[in-house]
Design a protein. Sequence first.
Length: 198
Amino acid sequence: MRLTRRDALAALSAVGMGSTAGCSAPDADSWGEAAATPSDRDDTDPELAEDDLETLVALATVLYPSEVENVGEFVAEWVRPRVRERPEHGRGMLDAIRTLNEYAENLESERYADLGPGTREELLSYMAVDVADPDPGGDDDQRVRYYLVNDLLFGLYASPTGASLAGLENPPGYPGGTASYQQGPAVTDNRGDQRGPE
Protein backbone atom coordinates (compact mmCIF):
# COMPACT_ATOMS: atom_id res chain seq x y z
CA MET A 1 0.00 0.00 0.00
CA ARG A 2 1.39 3.35 -1.05
CA LEU A 3 1.30 6.31 1.31
CA THR A 4 0.60 9.62 -0.40
CA ARG A 5 0.65 13.33 0.36
CA ARG A 6 -3.11 13.05 0.86
CA ASP A 7 -2.47 10.57 3.68
CA ALA A 8 -0.09 13.00 5.37
CA LEU A 9 -2.59 15.87 5.07
CA ALA A 10 -5.36 13.70 6.52
CA ALA A 11 -3.12 12.75 9.45
CA LEU A 12 -2.25 16.42 10.02
CA SER A 13 -5.97 17.20 10.06
CA ALA A 14 -6.39 14.63 12.82
CA VAL A 15 -4.07 16.70 15.03
CA GLY A 16 -5.76 20.00 14.15
CA MET A 17 -3.28 21.14 11.54
CA GLY A 18 -5.36 20.51 8.43
CA SER A 19 -6.29 24.14 7.84
CA THR A 20 -2.70 25.23 7.23
CA ALA A 21 -1.09 22.01 6.02
CA GLY A 22 -0.06 22.20 2.41
CA CYS A 23 -0.90 25.91 2.01
CA SER A 24 2.61 26.78 0.92
CA ALA A 25 4.27 24.95 -1.92
CA PRO A 26 7.64 23.42 -1.02
CA ASP A 27 10.57 24.97 -2.84
CA ALA A 28 13.19 22.98 -4.70
CA ASP A 29 15.70 23.40 -1.88
CA SER A 30 13.36 22.49 0.97
CA TRP A 31 15.36 19.33 1.71
CA GLY A 32 18.78 20.80 1.06
CA GLU A 33 19.86 24.38 1.49
CA ALA A 34 16.92 25.46 3.66
CA ALA A 35 17.44 22.66 6.18
CA ALA A 36 19.52 23.63 9.17
CA THR A 37 22.48 21.54 10.23
CA PRO A 38 22.43 20.32 13.84
CA SER A 39 25.11 22.84 14.89
CA ASP A 40 23.25 25.77 13.26
CA ARG A 41 19.90 25.16 14.93
CA ASP A 42 18.23 28.02 16.76
CA ASP A 43 16.44 26.76 19.88
CA THR A 44 13.59 29.18 19.24
CA ASP A 45 12.98 27.96 15.69
CA PRO A 46 13.46 24.18 15.33
CA GLU A 47 13.95 22.81 11.84
CA LEU A 48 14.57 19.28 10.64
CA ALA A 49 17.97 18.84 9.03
CA GLU A 50 18.42 16.24 6.31
CA ASP A 51 20.12 13.80 8.70
CA ASP A 52 17.24 14.19 11.17
CA LEU A 53 14.75 13.28 8.47
CA GLU A 54 16.87 10.29 7.43
CA THR A 55 16.77 9.06 11.02
CA LEU A 56 12.98 9.35 11.15
CA VAL A 57 12.56 7.55 7.83
CA ALA A 58 14.89 4.77 8.99
CA LEU A 59 12.86 4.42 12.18
CA ALA A 60 9.58 4.41 10.26
CA THR A 61 10.78 1.57 8.03
CA VAL A 62 11.23 -0.51 11.18
CA LEU A 63 7.89 0.50 12.71
CA TYR A 64 5.62 0.43 9.65
CA PRO A 65 4.27 -2.79 8.12
CA SER A 66 6.41 -4.11 5.25
CA GLU A 67 3.63 -3.61 2.69
CA VAL A 68 3.69 0.18 3.18
CA GLU A 69 5.44 2.06 0.36
CA ASN A 70 6.64 5.65 -0.10
CA VAL A 71 7.58 5.96 3.57
CA GLY A 72 10.16 8.72 3.06
CA GLU A 73 7.83 11.19 1.39
CA PHE A 74 5.05 10.49 3.87
CA VAL A 75 7.29 10.99 6.90
CA ALA A 76 8.60 14.29 5.51
CA GLU A 77 5.08 15.57 4.79
CA TRP A 78 3.85 14.47 8.23
CA VAL A 79 6.74 15.61 10.41
CA ARG A 80 7.97 18.88 8.87
CA PRO A 81 4.75 20.87 9.53
CA ARG A 82 4.56 19.54 13.09
CA VAL A 83 8.11 20.65 13.85
CA ARG A 84 7.56 24.03 12.19
CA GLU A 85 4.12 24.82 13.64
CA ARG A 86 4.65 23.34 17.11
CA PRO A 87 8.15 24.44 18.15
CA GLU A 88 8.05 22.90 21.62
CA HIS A 89 7.12 19.52 20.19
CA GLY A 90 9.69 20.02 17.46
CA ARG A 91 12.49 20.67 19.94
CA GLY A 92 11.52 17.53 21.86
CA MET A 93 11.54 15.53 18.64
CA LEU A 94 14.98 16.83 17.61
CA ASP A 95 16.34 16.04 21.07
CA ALA A 96 14.93 12.49 20.86
CA ILE A 97 16.54 12.05 17.43
CA ARG A 98 19.90 13.08 18.89
CA THR A 99 19.41 10.60 21.73
CA LEU A 100 18.62 7.75 19.33
CA ASN A 101 21.69 8.56 17.23
CA GLU A 102 23.90 8.75 20.32
CA TYR A 103 22.82 5.23 21.33
CA ALA A 104 23.49 3.99 17.80
CA GLU A 105 26.93 5.60 17.65
CA ASN A 106 27.92 4.36 21.12
CA LEU A 107 26.81 0.78 20.47
CA GLU A 108 27.32 0.35 16.73
CA SER A 109 29.66 3.25 15.80
CA GLU A 110 27.18 4.46 13.18
CA ARG A 111 24.20 6.77 12.96
CA TYR A 112 20.83 5.08 13.33
CA ALA A 113 19.98 5.64 9.66
CA ASP A 114 23.19 3.87 8.56
CA LEU A 115 22.38 0.66 10.44
CA GLY A 116 20.75 -2.34 8.81
CA PRO A 117 17.02 -2.94 9.46
CA GLY A 118 17.65 -5.80 11.89
CA THR A 119 20.19 -3.81 13.88
CA ARG A 120 17.83 -0.84 14.06
CA GLU A 121 15.15 -3.03 15.57
CA GLU A 122 17.61 -4.60 18.02
CA LEU A 123 18.72 -1.14 19.14
CA LEU A 124 15.13 -0.17 19.95
CA SER A 125 14.77 -3.35 22.00
CA TYR A 126 18.07 -2.65 23.77
CA MET A 127 16.78 0.80 24.70
CA ALA A 128 13.52 -0.85 25.88
CA VAL A 129 11.55 1.57 23.72
CA ASP A 130 8.97 -1.15 23.01
CA VAL A 131 8.01 -1.39 26.69
CA ALA A 132 8.65 2.21 27.76
CA ASP A 133 5.83 4.47 28.91
CA PRO A 134 5.75 7.50 26.61
CA ASP A 135 6.73 10.60 28.57
CA PRO A 136 7.98 13.85 26.99
CA GLY A 137 9.96 14.67 30.13
CA GLY A 138 11.08 11.16 30.99
CA ASP A 139 14.19 9.05 30.47
CA ASP A 140 15.79 8.46 27.08
CA ASP A 141 13.60 5.47 26.21
CA GLN A 142 10.42 7.28 27.25
CA ARG A 143 11.22 10.36 25.19
CA VAL A 144 12.13 8.31 22.12
CA ARG A 145 8.87 6.42 22.54
CA TYR A 146 6.82 9.63 22.93
CA TYR A 147 8.39 11.90 20.33
CA LEU A 148 9.47 9.42 17.68
CA VAL A 149 7.79 6.02 17.88
CA ASN A 150 4.32 7.13 18.94
CA ASP A 151 4.42 10.18 16.67
CA LEU A 152 5.29 8.15 13.58
CA LEU A 153 2.74 5.45 14.38
CA PHE A 154 0.01 8.02 15.01
CA GLY A 155 0.76 9.64 11.66
CA LEU A 156 0.46 6.30 9.88
CA TYR A 157 -2.75 5.10 11.50
CA ALA A 158 -4.43 8.52 11.34
CA SER A 159 -4.03 8.42 7.56
CA PRO A 160 -6.60 6.71 5.30
CA THR A 161 -4.08 4.18 3.99
CA GLY A 162 -2.73 3.36 7.44
CA ALA A 163 -6.22 3.11 8.89
CA SER A 164 -7.19 0.61 6.20
CA LEU A 165 -4.25 -1.60 7.23
CA ALA A 166 -5.74 -1.82 10.72
CA GLY A 167 -9.34 -2.08 9.49
CA LEU A 168 -10.19 1.36 10.91
CA GLU A 169 -11.06 3.28 7.76
CA ASN A 170 -14.80 3.13 8.48
CA PRO A 171 -15.46 1.61 11.90
CA PRO A 172 -19.04 0.68 12.82
CA GLY A 173 -20.95 3.65 14.18
CA TYR A 174 -19.27 6.25 11.98
CA PRO A 175 -20.34 7.65 8.61
CA GLY A 176 -19.20 6.02 5.43
CA GLY A 177 -22.01 3.97 3.92
CA THR A 178 -24.88 1.88 5.21
CA ALA A 179 -22.79 -1.28 5.55
CA SER A 180 -20.27 0.38 7.86
CA TYR A 181 -22.78 1.37 10.52
CA GLN A 182 -25.41 -1.37 10.21
CA GLN A 183 -23.09 -4.31 10.86
CA GLY A 184 -21.83 -5.10 14.31
CA PRO A 185 -18.41 -6.51 15.04
CA ALA A 186 -17.66 -10.16 14.40
CA VAL A 187 -18.10 -12.32 17.51
CA THR A 188 -16.62 -15.76 18.20
CA ASP A 189 -18.78 -18.00 20.38
CA ASN A 190 -17.52 -20.49 22.97
CA ARG A 191 -17.23 -23.24 20.32
CA GLY A 192 -14.91 -21.09 18.20
CA ASP A 193 -17.53 -20.37 15.53
CA GLN A 194 -17.55 -16.84 14.16
CA ARG A 195 -20.82 -14.95 13.89
CA GLY A 196 -21.31 -11.59 12.23
CA PRO A 197 -19.30 -9.99 9.43
CA GLU A 198 -15.80 -11.24 8.71
